[in-house]
Design a protein around this ligand. Structure first.
Ligand SMILES: Cc1cc2nc3c(=O)[nH]c(=O)nc-3n(C[C@H](O)[C@H](O)[C@H](O)COP(=O)(O)OP(=O)(O)OC[C@H]3O[C@@H](n4cnc5c(N)ncnc54)[C@H](O)[C@@H]3O)c2cc1C
Length: 531
């Protein structure tokens, strides 16, 4: 086989918390794993950005009572749209997984009290303090611990700069036409763009795990990293895999507004909890005009009020006045203080420009509690998956735990299966062609890509955003359908590149989310219909 074609037992796509947890668990069982990501370093996803922390167990209510209380909180946040099986799985396994992988193995330095016990914090929607954290950089600390394990593991090969283009399936890709008649379609790996050589590679895999993270970057304002365009969801959709809950996109009310970028740094809710107030462009504190709880109303109420204000005043952003916070700002909120300073804002003297932003995707590729999808040979874990845990809305700090628990559950399931089930038959491997180059250099026009992204992001923000109506969704659906058609055409005529791959994935993700939102006429959780 050439360097651009390889056959591995397990391919894991995405190296965030979910991908690393899966790769480590599988490799520990003695199996070789190829772990790839699109960035130039391991921590290029949302896992690295997490501030608040990860759910552990409440003190002093250990055991079954605590698991029941956590389940109740998750169900309330999710409007009981959740899968009770998934909720039970997380509540039973969560603390063990944290102990096993993060505390004992990765030695993540979670904050501790003076007596050596963990310092647990409480977030909105939780009935008790149960969240482990490292100041306000919990994700970075977790990923540093995992990176130290992954990079030295003898059975994990880590390749950066590999952007997955498409999943390979027996029905869609095998040259031997007989495979088209086989009802048991099977995932065979992926075509991947090597960004160092600019060449597509064929990675055949007996088992493939998608861990490609969220979708936030298809919206105008997002807290997510650049690569979060729904890669896994789009590839699974094209391969005919079952998807679920796609209309449930969670928005965060306060993200730092900077004109030069659409990647927004999170401004923690704790600031409003400690006395900060939202102001409009005239300096009026408007939240009480919308809700008697004012600035402390729930996330979705605040986001919707902000959106209403911005639409009616034509303002690009609003402001968070932090002068009422009595604590020392640089000590209490070091990450926010530093991010604002980098953006040229001195929070000791001026309000912070803020906008709501697309934050967390509750839907995705439908999986069971082991991460298995509806396509043989394919698993999905982390934010790209829909386990049903979150239902119609996510409880704060459950997503890191979901990524960890399902990453490890998928790893354990594969460790059991691999010795028992045969890999891909040689004839099937031989029937998969390499990527065909068809593009013509003259069609590679960055202006078209930039304009298409502007269309997608504005359409999703204004019509499929925080407040949805049938008219807005219908218009978005028609616009996105046309755009996807144009982009598909453009994709076929243009040489493959990272920006083209991202645009292709992002446009399809936007289209299927719009379609799901249009279909669901009920206002529930983070899918808010205001008509
Ligand atoms: C600002 C912020 C703060 C947050 N705070 C918290 C918190 O305090 N607690 C909590 O529980 N949750 C928090 N979350 C949510 C949580 O961080 C994510 O849900 C979780 O980290 C997702 O992990 P993941 O492994 O699924 O994806 P990610 O960590 O996003 O990793 C995705 C991986 O997929 C790779 N990838 C993407 N596309 C491709 C492609 N085409 N080819 C190859 N690789 C690809 C990327 O390179 C990356 O390695 C926060 C999110 C944000 C944005």
């Amino acid at each position: 086989m050439t360097r651009s074609r390889r056959h591995v037992p397990v391919l894991v796509i995405g190296s965030g918390l979910a991908g690393c947890a899966a790769a480590l668990t599988i490799a520990d069982s003695g199996c070789e794993v190829l772990l790839i990501n699109a960035g130039d370093r391991l921590s290029d996803g949302n896992s690295h950005l997490a501030q608040g922390g990860i759910i552990y167990r409440a003190e002093p209510a250990p055991g079954k009572n605590d698991q029941r209380a956590l389940a109740a909180d998750i169900l309330v946040a999710g409007h009981k749209w959740n899968s009770t099986k998934a909720v039970r799985h997380l509540c039973r396994q969560g603390a063990h997984c944290v102990d096993e992988m993060l505390v004992r193995r990765a030695r993540v330095p979670f904050d501790r009290n003076s007596d050596g016990s963990f310092h647990l914090t409480r977030e909105g929607g939780h009935c008790a303090p149960r969240i482990l954290h490292c100041a306000d950089y919990s994700g970075r600390a977790i990923m540093e611990g995992l990176e130290a394990l992954v990079t030295v593991h003898p059975r994990i090969t880590l390749l950066h700069g590999r952007a997955a283009i498409d999943l390979l399936t027996s029905r869609h890709h095998a040259k031997n036409s007989q495979h088209r008649y086989d009802v048991n379609n099977r995932c065979l790996g992926a075509y991947v763009l090597n960004m160092q050589t600019g060449e597509p590679e064929t990675i055949l895999a007996d088992w493939t795990v998608l861990a490609t993270g969220g979708v936030g970057q298809i919206f105008l304002h997002s807290t997510n990293t650049r690569g979060c365009v729904g890669t896994g969801v789009a590839m699974a959709f094209r391969a005919g895999v079952d998807l679920s809950n796609l209309e449930f996109m969670q928005f965060h009310p306060t993200a730092l507004y900077e004109e030069r970028s659409n990647r927004r740094s999170l401004i923690t809710e704790a600031m409003r909890g400690e006395g900060a107030r939202l102001l409009d462009h005239t300096g009026h504190a408007f939240m009480r005009d919308y809700d008697p709880r004012g600035d402390l109303a729930p996330r979705d109420v605040v986001s919707q009020a902000m959106m209403d204000k911005m639409l009616h005043s034509d303002a690009p952003c609003l402001f968070l006045d932090v002068s009422g916070v009595t604590q020392d700002l640089p000590t209490r909120f070091p990450t926010v203080y530093e991010k604002c300073r980098e953006a040229g804002i001195d929070i000791l003297r001026e309000p912070i420009p803020v906008v709501p932003a697309a934050h967390y995707f509750c839907g995705g590729i439908l999986t069971d509690t082991r991460g298995r999808t509806s396509l043989r040979g394919l698993y999905a874990v982390g934010e790209c998956a829909c386990t049903g845990l979150h239902g119609a809305n996510r409880l704060a700090s459950t997503s890191l735990l979901e990524a960890l628990v399902w990453g490890m559950s998928c790893g354990k399931d594969l460790a059991r299966r691999i010795p028992l089930e045969s890999g891909l038959p040689a004839a099937l491997v031989a029937a998969i062609p390499d990527w065909q180059h068809e593009g013509d250099e003259r069609h590679d026009d960055p202006a078209l890509v930039a304009q298409d992204w502007a269309n997608i992001r504005n359409t999703m923000w204004n019509y499929v955003g925080i407040a949805r109506t049938h008219a807005r969704l219908r218009r978005a659906f028609e616009d996105m359908r046309n755009l996807v058609r144009h982009i598909h055409d453009f994709y076929k005529r243009t040489p493959i590149s990272r920006r083209l791959v991202d645009l292709f994935h992002g446009s399809q993700t936007a289209y299927i989310i719009t379609q799901a939102a249009l279909r669901n006429r009920t206002s529930i959780g983070c899918h808010r219909r205001v008509d």
